[in-house]
Each structure stands twice: as C-alpha cells, then as structure tokens.
Ligand binder design. Structure first.
Ligand SMILES: O=C1O[C@H](COP(=O)(O)O)[C@@H](O)[C@H](O)[C@H]1O
Length: 236
C-alpha cells in the first residue's frame, strides 16, 4: 500500500488475479462494516471489463445479501440484452448468483434514451451517502461516463445524474452519476489494470485534471503492476 500527498492510497498488486482477489476482500470488508453499523450496504458499481474478475469472486466473499443495495455509476444507452450493457455484465458475473432482493438492484433504464433515463434514475438514488463507490479509469482518464472536455457536475447542487449524448467512447449516448453524487460516499475505490491505463494514471499522478483524478481526490486506487506508471514507490 502506498500513500501520496494528494490524499489517495494506491494499492499495487503483481497481477490481475491478485488485484481482483484483494479488491473483493476489501469490498466484502466494507459491506460487513456498513451492515454491522447501519444495517445496509449501498454500493455503486463500475462497468466495463476491469471489474469483472472481482465481481465473479464476490459470491464467495460476500454475505448478508439481503442487506445489499446496488446502483450503477454509469450505463450505456443500448438494449438491455446488448452484450455491452453494464447491467448485463453485472447480472452474468455476479448478481444472478446471489440472493440480493430484486427491488434493491437499481439498473439504469438506459434503453429509454439518455435524457429520460437520467431523469428516472435520479429518483432511484438514496438521499443519504453511498457506502462505497467503485469506479474504473478509461484510457483517456474518464470515469463512470464522465469524459474529458465535458461538464462533470462537480459542484454540490448539480443534478445527481447526467445524460451524455456525445461520449468519446461507444456508444455515444450514456447516463452517468455526476461527480458530486459519486463523491457523496463513505468510501471510493478506483480500479485499473493493464498497460493501456498507464498514461492516464501517469497524468493523474502529475496532477492533471482528468475526470478520474478530479472525482477521486480521497480514494483508494487498486492497480495491477502493468497499470502502474513507473517504478513502484517504497511502501509507507
Ligand atoms: O465505458 C466505460 O468505461 C470505464 C472503464 O472501463 P474498462 O473496460 O476500461 O475497465 C468503466 O469504468 C465505465 O463503467 C464504462 O461504462
């Protein structure tokens, strides 16, 4: 584990399998603490390819599934059965294998189009803070569906959800939680693996205002060694 002055804690693991295993243990720990102290675990999940190995391990490591409440950080505006939907990936890798009550699984109705879905989803979100927000890091530094060059809704009082009509990564129409709503959480974990993520992480460490770096100012960042941009720092 490595701490840096920016307030983030970087966890660098030798390979993707170790990364997935350690991240899963950390998610399960966060769930146990939230359920023990507040009776429920309100988790925002990341989409994309990177978290799939950790989601596949969660059925083994998690528990008290009736206390879990699942939200998405973002969704792609595609039919629900499209292989690129984050909701389908989540169902296949994890949710279909555990007894979380269906009413506590909040998929984004992105098939309705970005604007209608963003409006609807704002009403599905809790008024209180999330317990844990999981986020990915795109090769261009995007997180959730907050892309460079867009308004990320960082100010308190911004809408909780954003309709994106021209994302730099396909599909162009997406729905994302805004920066401030993602930050309204007790814990925030970023996850990145593979050498393709190195330039974005190097820019983050240089202090560039990428979406991931701007949202993740006091976050735990979980990486494999291939994603780390340089010589691993000395442990603190
Ligand atoms: O499009 C998206 O990209 C990011 C990063 O995905 P990855 O496949 O590079 O891990 C992801 O976090 C986001 O949820 C997703 O919709």
């Amino acid at each position: 584990m490595h701490a840096f002055p920016q307030g983030n804690t970087w966890h660098i693991h030798p390979d993707p399998a170790t990364l997935a295993q350690r991240l899963t243990v950390a998610i399960a720990r966060s769930a146990r603490e939230a359920i023990a102290t507040r009776g429920g675990f309100h988790l925002v999940v990341a989409g994309g390819g990177t978290p799939q190995a950790a989601y596949a391990l969660l059925p083994q490591w998690g528990g008290d599934w009736q206390c879990w409440h699942i939200y998405h950080g973002d969704e792609r505006c595609l039919p629900p059965e499209d292989a690129e939907r984050n909701s389908l990936m989540l169902e296949k890798t994890w949710l279909s294998k555990v007894p979380i009550p269906a009413r506590q699984i909040h998929h984004i109705p992105a098939e309705r189009g970005a604007e209608a879905a963003a409006r609807d989803y704002a009403t599905a979100l809790p008024a209180h803070a999330f317990d844990l927000v999981l986020l990915g890091v795109g090769e261009d530094g995007h997180t959730a569906s907050l892309f460079p060059g867009h308004d990320w809704g960082m100010e308190k009082g911004s809408p909780a959800t954003i309709a994106i009509l021209d994302a730099a990564k396909a599909p162009p129409q997406r729905v994302s939680l805004s920066g401030w709503r993602l930050r309204y959480t007790r814990e925030m974990f970023f996850l990145a693996a593979g050498s393709g993520k190195r330039p974005a992480l190097a820019a983050w460490l240089r202090g560039e205002a990428l979406p991931a770096a701007t949202v993740g100012t006091t976050a735990d960042i979980w990486l494999d060694a291939a994603a780390w941009p340089g010589t691993p720092p000395a442990p603190v």
